[in-house]
Design a protein around this ligand. Structure first.
Ligand SMILES: Cc1cc2nc3c(=O)[nH]c(=O)nc-3n(C[C@H](O)[C@H](O)[C@H](O)COP(=O)(O)OP(=O)(O)OC[C@H]3O[C@@H](n4cnc5c(N)ncnc54)[C@H](O)[C@@H]3O)c2cc1C
Length: 435
């Protein structure tokens, strides 16, 4: 009987592990389970959320990518490490099933966390999934439509104030994209003054892009501010309500739309496992990506804490998940054949952030900084090449070309999961915070 490899999660890490196992042509029985039947190219999600790229162009159907792996569309409920079985239910039918394994690969990524701050979970939009991207775009347009008919300048200003919380890569890119979007569509609304629109980027720490040396955050801040983004650092959200956000300093931001990108942690299915966890709940793995307490269990990507050879941990990025995957696949094969495994060692290629309006900031060649148009161009070229599938590459390149010629689309499509009119009214009637 071939050994059964069960991969949980169809993101960067999970798909790459399956693809490598296919290439290795070992007689293994490989199954990948994920709740969506596509892989999402998250680096371009901020652009999808503002209509810069068409939604479907950043997803790749898993069944088209993996030819030999069995794909199971499933919501993973729990993992029983003792019995070596995973409980899954079909997201469309709700039918439960159980999948058992000899080798288990945890590649479930991370979910956003709002740290239990009052009102934030209910009101803030996330930017993690494709649904989030579509919802954010709809909400941005909805705010313009509401502002167009709102009574009084104060209410219009409140509706047109967009606050992005979190000054890491995602927050910085989202702020740049939202600013580009509002600049592009404001003229469709002649009743609204451009000066009423505010894009605020709020970071709790002293500077933006804390993952990079100081100069990168300073540079990103200057570029965003130059384009009209208000950057607030060193202040944190205390709570959110119908009127906006209250900061720990006591300052109040009157706004309706909040985008939360200030923290993430592994999914509950990973956090609940009886293995060693890092402070954020990630599974602590050995250098070869195995979970030492449970032979045959492996983890990578955002749900794993992977040690660096010289101390510390590798950051949770797509770049790292993609590099960890081939090594993990080879280590499974080595274990099956009774050979020694290898440690994950990787030097990052650098980090990049697109700030919209053809501006960017990039770390290249170990700490050297590139800013402005060259950094933005590098970002685009690199990620276009990374996008899976030639058809997707062509479609995104076309989207970008069309953006040079036309303004962003403001058609607001109704989607399921939006607030119902009743809920909207309930939210609107809530008592605002005392300021
Ligand atoms: C907006 C945004 C922009 C980003 N930009 C960059 C960037 O420019 N560069 C970079 O390197 N990184 C970037 N990242 C980070 C990058 O997306 C992650 O580091 C990467 O996705 C981690 O890969 P992963 O395989 O661990 O998890 P993921 O890619 O998140 O995959 C996890 C998979 O598991 C599935 N899943 C989770 N729970 C369940 C469940 N219970 N049942 C079934 N399926 C489940 C999910 O649906 C998903 O398909 C960005 C992230 C975001 C959100």
């Amino acid at each position: 009987m071939p050994q059964r490899v069960l991969i949980l999660g169809g993101g960067f890490g999970g798909i790459s592990v399956a693809r490598t196992l296919e290439r290795l042509r070992e007689p293994l029985d490989v199954t990948l389970v994920s709740r969506d039947n596509y892989g999402l190219f998250t680096p371009m999600l901020p652009e999808v959320s503002t209509g810069g790229i068409e939604t479907r162009h950043i997803v790749q159907p898993i069944r088209a990518e993996l030819r030999k792996t069995r794909f199971v569309l499933g919501e993973i409920e729990s993992v029983d490490l003792a019995r070596k079985c995973v409980r899954v239910h079909h997201p469309l039918l709700g039918v439960p099933s159980e999948l058992c394994y000899d080798h288990l690969v945890l590649a479930l990524g991370a979910v956003a966390t709002t740290f239990g701050l009052p009102g934030v979970e209910e009101r803030a939009l996330q930017l993690k999934t494709l649904d989030d991207g579509i919802r954010l775009r709809n909400e941005l347009i909805r705010m313009f439509e509401l502002a167009e008919v709102a009574a009084g300048e104060n209410e219009r200003r409140r509706l047109l104030c967009f606050t992005i919380v979190g000054g890491g890569f995602t927050g910085v890119e989202a702020a740049g994209e939202v600013q580009e979007f509002v600049d592009s569509v404001a003229s469709f609304y002649p009743g609204l003054r451009p000066s009423w629109v505010r894009v605020i980027l709020l970071e709790g720490g002293p500077r933006l892009l804390p993952e990079l040396p100081d100069s990168f955050g300073i540079s990103a801040r200057a570029m965003l501010q130059h384009r009209g983004v208000e950057v607030v650092t060193g202040d944190q959200v205390a709570r959110a309500d119908a009127s906006g956000i209250l900061l720990k300093s006591g300052r109040h931001i009157d706004c309706q739309l909040i985008v939360w990108s200030a923290g993430s942690r592994p999914t509950p299915q990973v956090r609940d496992l009886p293995v060693e966890h890092a402070r954020n709940g990630a599974v602590v793995v050995e250098a070869d990506l195995s979970v030492s307490s449970h032979p045959g269990v492996w983890a990578l990507g955002d749900c794993a804490q992977v040690p660096k050879p010289d101390g510390g941990w590798y950051p949770p990025t797509a770049q790292h998940a993609i590099r960890q995957a081939p090594l993990l696949a080879r280590n499974i094969v080595a274990t099956v054949h009774g050979r020694p495994t290898k440690a994950f060692v990787y030097t990052s290629l650098g980090m990049m952030a697109s700030l919209g309006h053809r501006q960017g900031v990039a770390e290249i060649m170990r700490g050297r900084m590139l800013t402005g148009f060259p950094a933005w161009f590098l970002w685009r070229t690199y990620y276009l090449l990374q996008l899976p599938g030639l058809d997707r590459k062509v479609r995104v390149a076309l989207d970008w070309t069309l953006n040079l010629l036309f303004r962003r689309d403001i058609a607001r499509l109704r989607i399921s999961g939006e607030l119902s009119p009743d809920r909207e009214q309930a939210v609107a009637k809530e008592k605002p915070l005392p300021t």
